[in-house]
Design a protein around this ligand. Sequence first.
Ligand SMILES: [Zn+2]
Length: 178
Amino acid sequence: MITPPQENPTEEQLAAWRERRRSIGAAVGALAEAGICYQCRDRETGGEILGDQDVILDEPDVRAVLSLDPRAPGHTIVVWTAHVHDFTELTEVQTGRLFTVARDVARAIQESLEGVARVYLVTMCDGPVNHLHLQLIPRYVDSPIGSDRLVDPRGPVLDGPRIAAEIRRAYEATAAHD
Ligand SMILES: [Zn+2]
C-alpha cells in the first residue's frame, strides 16, 4: 500500500495540465463534429489523441487507466473496447465482465492506496459521440460522504506511474478470485 500525494500541484504542473486538457479537448471536439469517436481513434492509433496514459489493466475487451483529469488520486476510467454508446447496449455476459472488472479494480484501489474509504462508480456517456466507460472515484477518509465527490475539482495526475503500478499489482493479486 502506498500513500498517494496529498500536496497541491505546482503552477508548472497546473499549466502543463491545462495545456494538455485544452489540446485534447480541441482534438476530441473536432472528431466529434465529424462523428468520429475519440476513444476508438486513440486506441487504433496507439495514443494519437490522449497520449501516454497510466495503465492499470489492458486486455482485449476492457482496459483501465488513471483519469487524465482526476477528481481524487486514483480516479480511474474503465473503458470497454468495443464501440457501444453506454452500458444499456451490453449483453448479460458483457455486463458481467465489465462490472466484474470494475469491482476488482475498485477493490484494488481500496487495497493499494492509503486512506481510501470507498470507491464511487459513475457512468454517464452522454455526449454527442459516446463510448462506454465507467469512472471509479475514490472517496478518502478525510472527505465528506456524498455525491459532491462526483463533481470535486479536477487537477493533474500526480505520481501517476507509481499509483497505477500499485493498483495494478493489487488487481493482479486479487482479481476474479470470487
Ligand atoms: Zn468508440
